[in-house]
Design a protein around this ligand. Sequence first.
Ligand SMILES: [Zn+2]
Length: 427
Amino acid sequence: MKAYRAAILRFAPDHSAIFDEDGLLVVGPDASGTQRVQAVGPYRTLGPKYPGLPVEHLPGRILAPGFVDMHIHYPQTDIIGSPADGLLPWLENYTFPAEKQFSAQEHAAEVASFFIAELLRNGLTTALAFATSHPTSVNALFSEAQKNHMRLITGKVLQDQNSPDGVRDDTEQSLLDTEALIRRWHGVDRLGYAITPRFVPTSSAAQLRGAGVLASKYPDVWVQSHVAENLGEIAWVRDLYPAARSYLSVYEDFGLLRPRAVYAHCIHFDDVDRALMRDSGTVAAISPTSNLFLGSGFFDYEGADRIGFGYGLASDVGGGTSFSPFHTMRAAYYVGREGQTKPGLSLNPQNLWWQHTAGAAAALGLGGVVGNLAVGCEADFLVLNPQATPLLARKTARAQSLDELLFSLIVLADDRAVERTVISQAK
Ligand SMILES: [Zn+2]
């Protein structure tokens, strides 16, 4: 066992933050050797209970849960910040050419290695990631995550139509590959598999049906896709499925809405869609930097909360513009504020932070496992330095409340504030 003494940020079951200005975090292995939070609380009361335990004292630092990214594309690492005229031209001109290269094992491994290092450097300790349609890309990312003892979920993209040569897959083979990858990787160490149809337009009905069959055969495997991001995309889906009630309902018809199904964007929804999300246990990966960058629209927080479906934050790199969870939380604030296309509201800092940690973990079905520093959670955590830049130091020193402190970090911090990322390791 080992203990860390510093300020500690964690979350209560009601989503509010608990902050110990002088706290103690005790971590140690469980029976299987996984490092977990054994105790957490004020140093004053907890310290005397652990006499003789080695304590690393980190004055001026904040221990916080590792961030959870609910939607990111590792093969798009190199096309971050590529200019395009919205989603569909961006896919055609940048995304598909970049993704073609992942049939090559060496390329996939090189990008996977950079990608995992970049996640950790930015304080992201859990991610649900897209690979490409090539099984090599999935093997490369799982291997790299496994080497780093990281909790990571990914899957082979399914796209057997409306896709160029080099990324388009074969309907029957794609489903065989998916099942083989589930059997090889799902539940191994901290890894999980996600059945990954790219989005409705790029999968045939047969492929979506097959994905739905696998989703029901393997209920603890994740499902990830995109929905209702962009108006051009929605019109395309309407042409393909004129009888469907909505874009979301196409996924329902193929058995792809269920707990552990995670859909990126969920912008252009009506209340019937929202109720379908809630009733099926499906959750949204809100991707605010991507939605602002591509001009897709604004996630409606008021609608989501009024109907009551689950959600959390995501970077959506490379449509998103940053790996940094601070940038993502800040963009989520902008998206919440927008009040021309939907009700505008001011998301409070504790809630923004929750959406990218405990909230995202809960949405993924990993509540109490990661995303928090509650007793029993896997010990993935960050050492944050609120003095990392001159302006951040000046501003955080003036914070009069926890909300002011957290909001200063949300607005001003980036990877420079992440001094250390600690990953729970077996043994
Ligand atoms: Zn995406």
